[in-house]
Design a protein around this ligand. Structure first.
Ligand code: CIR
Length: 254
């Protein structure tokens, strides 16, 4: 099967998005859409069939589709996002994902954003953030019980999501910002650190044949290229003002 990337249109109300760490600044919606289209082209270039869902004005943050679902080879888990304003986003994503996977759901009182879940091989790391609680970790562990995954929680600080601080860039290799998570939680992995002048650079998107990084972080991209990987840069300046980066704008079904 050709791999699929679910993305979602940028809502006209993006400027009313949730913000946790950044002050609200003007977002150029036209430019945001141009940048988002370039991101989708990078997905398509890498072999993904891009399935773009519509959005609407009731869902300012819907473009950050990663937070609504976690896809495994066996099932997809529909989240219960930590921000109440984002809970309605899951319906359309569940409908789309249901064509490819059996669905499981996280239920109240659990809350979890997909951005807090790092899946690499059979390991599942869940960041305890302002969006994700221990009850969600418990439910996720139970849902994955039949499938031989190890689910563990990770403490984090000073960033929105676990994947703001750590992402997988190759099998067994993680890109990390050691100031936001404890590297000891990732014992046994080969860790590449972000350039210290680019603290937000740990969010990179691993595709089949390349890694996508925001063009704002050239020094970290250089560190990845030095390992021999193809790194494509995308300008994500506008969605970064809404606290989004590159993993958050797609749900990949490989
Ligand atoms: C939010 O605060 O929920 C959005 N403004 C940004 C979400 C970014 N999601 C992600 O990195 N997974």
């Amino acid at each position: 099967m050709q791999p699929v990337a679910i993305t979602r249109q940028i809502s006209d109300t993006l400027t009313e998005c949730e913000l946790t760490h950044l002050p609200r600044v003007p977002i150029d919606l036209t430019l945001a859409r141009v940048q988002h289209a370039a991101y989708e082209r990078a997905l398509a270039d890498s072999g993904y069939r891009v399935e773009r869902l519509p959005s609407d004005v009731e869902m300012p943050d819907a473009v950050f589709v990663e937070d609504t679902a976690i896809v495994f080879a066996e099932v997809a888990v529909i989240t219960r996002p930590g921000a109440a304003s984002r809970r309605a986003e899951v319906a359309a994503v569940a409908e789309a994902l249901g064509r490819y996977r059996d669905l499981r759901r996280i239920e109240a009182p659990a809350t979890i954003d997909g951005g807090d879940v790092l899946v690499t091989g059979r390991r599942v790391f869940v960041g305890l953030s302002s969006r994700t609680n221990r009850e969600a970790v418990r439910q996720l562990r139970r849902l994955l019980d039949p499938f031989d995954y190890t689910v563990c929680e990770v403490a984090m600080e000073n960033c929105l999501h676990l994947k703001s601080a750590v992402t997988a860039v190759a099998g067994g290799v993680l890109l990390v910002n050691p100031l936001w998570i404890d590297e000891a939680a990732f014992n046994g992995f080969d860790l590449v650190r972000v350039d210290p002048s680019e603290p937000s650079a740990a969010n990179a998107l691993k595709l089949r044949d390349r890694v996508i990084c925001p063009s704002a972080f050239p020094l970290t991209a250089r560190r990845l290229r030095a390992r021999g990987w193809r790194v494509d840069l995308v300008d994500a300046s506008e969605l970064a003002k809404a606290e989004g980066a590159v993993t958050c704008c797609s749900v990949l079904i490989d």
